[in-house]
Design a protein around this ligand. Structure first.
Ligand code: GUN
Length: 305
């Protein structure tokens, strides 16, 4: 069997970011500088890393950004007040409220308060509905990035069996809608699905978005299928490391140095059965940020262009 092709998300994201930087330069000639407000509540370490990376990318591409960091004791009312202010600001085109939020904040209420025109995460019901009915919309960044990976890698979508493991509002459900729009045949699997492996083996495009390290095993993959691995799981246990990476000398060196490593929702041995796969890190992740930038520029053009 030929070796599986690695779908390098960093390279694809850089390509998209270069296109966005060119668009931002063109908008500058019209006096428009797209602006993103990134709201980071409290001190969840992963969220801090993600949001910093989003803000940094804004600067790289010439977008304005503002980082707002309410304390983890913030109330729903205070957050609603903040969103109202951001909705009204002319210099802000996109509002990103990093999830998860502390338990006392009503996340649903808050996400519905964001103006749909500034909803660069694509979480507002208006945008969810538009994505579902195939209308142009601000679509959720991770699923939109997955479509970009497939298209820019020349991989077919139309007519393919796409099987999605995970039914989250952020990834699984919108991924299903975007792939359907591209004429794939969709199956969404979840924790109650009977004979998950049989569904997965039927996949030409297999999407793992469940947040369980190495969950997809080689027996679940059709030889030659495309795997998009959305999981980002950190492992720091030696036994767990060996279960997934025994014999991978390079990874072991890094693991010993850092005390942890990242693994997707797909077992490394399962990648080898595929025809092409996104690695973790460096697969779907970089696209999420690139698509956030794309959505922010799009929101600016629609609102001010
Ligand atoms: N938390 C995990 N993924 C996301 C995302 O795509 N957007 C936001 N706002 N929060 C997240």
């Amino acid at each position: 069997m030929t070796k599986a092709r690695i779908l390098d998300g960093t390279t694809i994201a850089n390509e998209i970011k270069a296109e966005i930087a060119a668009e931002v330069s063109a908008l500058a000639l019209q006096g428009i500088k797209p602006g993103l407000a990134a709201v980071l509540v409290g001190s969840v370490p992963a969220s801090q890393i993600y949001v910093r990376s989003k803000v940094k990318t804004c600067a790289e591409l010439g977008l304005f950004s503002e980082l707002i960091t309410p304390p983890d004791t913030v109330t729903t009312e205070e957050m609603l007040g903040l969103v109202a202010t951001l909705n009204a600001r002319e210099d802000i085109d996109g509002i990103l409220i990093q999830l998860p939020l502390p338990a006392q904040v009503n996340a649903k209420l808050l996400l519905e308060a964001v103006s749909p025109a500034k909803d660069v995460d694509g979480f507002h019901p208006v945008n969810v509905g538009k994505v579902q009915s195939g209308q142009p919309a601000l679509a959720p960044c991770t699923p939109a990035g997955m479509i970009q990976i497939l298209k820019r890698s020349g991989l077919p979508i139309s007519g393919q069996n796409a099987v999605i493991i995970g039914r989250s509002d952020i990834v699984g459900k919108p991924a299903a809608m975007l792939l359907l729009q591209e004429n794939a045949t969709i199956t969404i699997c979840h924790s109650k699905t009977h004979d998950l492996a049989a569904h997965c083996r039927n996949a030409d495009i297999l999407i793992a978005a469940i947040g369980r390290p190495g969950f997809v095993t080689p027996d679940m993959v059709k030889p030659g299928a495309t795997i998009l691995d959305v999981g980002i799981n950190r492992i720091n246990d030696r036994e767990e490391f060996d279960r997934f990476f025994a014999g991978d000398v390079r990874r072991e060196e890094l693991f010993l140095l850092k005390g942890s490593t990242l693994i997707g929702d797909v077992h490394p041995a399962a990648y080898e059965v595929s025809g092409a796969y996104t690695p973790v890190p460096g697969g779907v992740g970089p696209l999420t940020i690139a698509m956030l930038m794309a959505n922010t520029v799009r929101a600016a053009k629609l609102r001010r262009g």
